[in-house]
Design a protein around this ligand. Structure first.
Ligand SMILES: C[S@@+](CC[C@H](N)C(=O)[O-])C[C@H]1O[C@@H](n2cnc3c(N)ncnc32)[C@H](O)[C@@H]1O
Length: 402
């Protein structure tokens, strides 16, 4: 984007998604090279496109649909580069971001509630607790969106509750896995109605959680997700990468970072997205803090002929020690948003030759990367990945060597 002295010109998009004028004013829903007129109105520039969704600006699901591909790509690059710069770091090679296509998101968390005569089902509103009753969605896979109309009708009749229900939808091997929380069917009739709804809509599984944990109401065959050819049992609320195309990009970058390492640790392994993507000639140690996830990974590993050793381990409280780490040729870690401060302190003192750090938070990633670089690791490559299209979120795959 061209720098200019014009104070009213939007010159960049800040981390939280607002456009910023040359003189530092923040303008929501603007694009680079838009301009403010004398009344403070927005004159659209060449990077401002018509948002494809009717709920744009009211729905909290996407906030950057006004950006064209060039400026959204630049925004994701800047998110990662500025976070690294803030810690005094520069990657040897920063790849251009790979961005998921519309209508490819395979998991979504929605809310539903009865408000007077109305029943609403959708995402939370932008910056509010309001529910946006979704009539259109440009990010979910069509199978998931198509379920919203029958689900709305069903819940409207089934629920007498005033407060919100939370709906988790995930596309698994058998179809859609649906979990309705804050909802408890009353009596046999309502339970039968749930099963009838699940059957009529071809659901893979339907579960409810009235406050005591998920209770499966319908699951004609065990629900699985296939990760690099291995079917893994999918626990309620299990973690999955949000798009198949994004997952492929993350895996390709991870494989490049790990290279020919023979003994590999996969930390924060979840259900094994990266474990099962590693070639069968490698020995893999997978550690994960969620008991049901590591249980599924272990079962699937046992059924395969792979050399995979699994451990249920809290890596914040009990990170792998330097001695444990030094056995590995490469370490993959993919922690939650908070990052992996405790594990990084141990890695920084280790002599593991290759580290592949996958992150969903540029700030905690840059903080942890600084620790590694100060201890002598070199930040070789960074691959930004935009799996949450039109949002401010960006994922990062990175490779460090020593
Ligand atoms: C971003 S997910 C990555 C999962 C997996 N690598 C994947 O791509 O599907 C982060 C994982 O860290 C796990 N986790 C969170 N806190 C943890 C902790 N203290 N110790 C170990 N694992 C933890 C979560 O359960 C989750 O599976």
């Amino acid at each position: 984007m061209t720098e200019t002295a014009d104070p009213d010109l939007i010159i960049r998009v800040a981390a939280k998604g607002d456009g910023v004028t040359a003189d530092g004013r923040h303008v929501a829903f603007s694009a680079p090279l838009d301009r403010l007129n004398d009344e403070g109105g927005l004159i659209k520039g060449p990077h401002h496109v018509d948002p494809p969704c009717q709920h744009f600006q009211s729905c909290g699901g996407c906030s950057l649909q006004q950006l064209d591909t060039e400026s959204y790509t630049q925004f994701l690059t800047d998110r990662v580069a500025y976070a690294l710069e803030g810690q005094g770091l520069l990657a040897e090679l920063m790849h251009p971001p790979r961005i998921s296509q519309p209508k490819t998101r395979i998991r979504a968390s929605l809310r539903a509630a009865k408000l007077g005569d109305q029943f609403k089902l959708g995402f939370s509103g932008a910056g509010s607790h309001r529910i946006v009753d979704l009539k259109q969605c440009e990010i979910m896979v069509p199978e998931m969106f198509d379920l919203l109309a029958p689900l709305r009708k069903f819940l409207k009749n089934a629920s007498r509750r005033k407060h919100d229900m939370n709906i988790e939808m995930t596309l698994v091997d058998q179809g859609i896995d649906l979990l309705i929380s804050n909802y408890e069917p009353e009596g046999l009739e309502q339970r039968e109605a749930l099963s009838d709804f699940a059957k009529a809509n071809g659901l893979a599984r339907l579960s409810v959680d009235g406050g005591y944990g998920p209770e499966t109401q319908w699951e004609p065959e065990p629900v699985t997700v296939t990760l690099s050819g291995t079917a893994v049992n999918f626990p309620h609320s299990g973690f999955l990468q949000p798009t198949h195309d994004g997952q492929k990009v993350l895996i390709a970058a991870m494989l490049e970072a790990v290279g020919d390492a023979k003994l590999v640790a996969d930390l924060f392994a979840g259900l094994g997205t990266f474990t099962f993507a590693l070639s069968a000639d490698k020995k893999v140690y997978a550690a994960e803090g969620a008991r049901d996830a590591i249980g599924s990974l272990k079962l699937a590993a046992n059924h395969s002929s792979r050399q995979i050793f699994c451990e249920h381990r809290d890596l914040f409280r009990r990170p792998l020690s330097v001695e444990e780490l030094n056995r590995f040729d490469a370490v993959i870690l993919d922690p939650p948003r908070a990052g992996a401060r405790e594990q990084i302190l141990q890695l920084a003192q280790s002599n593991v030759p290759k580290i592949c750090y996958i992150s969903c938070n540029p700030a905690s990633f840059a903080r942890d990367a600084k620790q590694l670089c100060e201890a002598g690791y070199k930040l070789e490559q960074v691959w930004p990945v935009g799996q949450f299209l039109w949002s401010t979120h960006v994922e990062i795959v990175s490779s460090f060597t020593r």
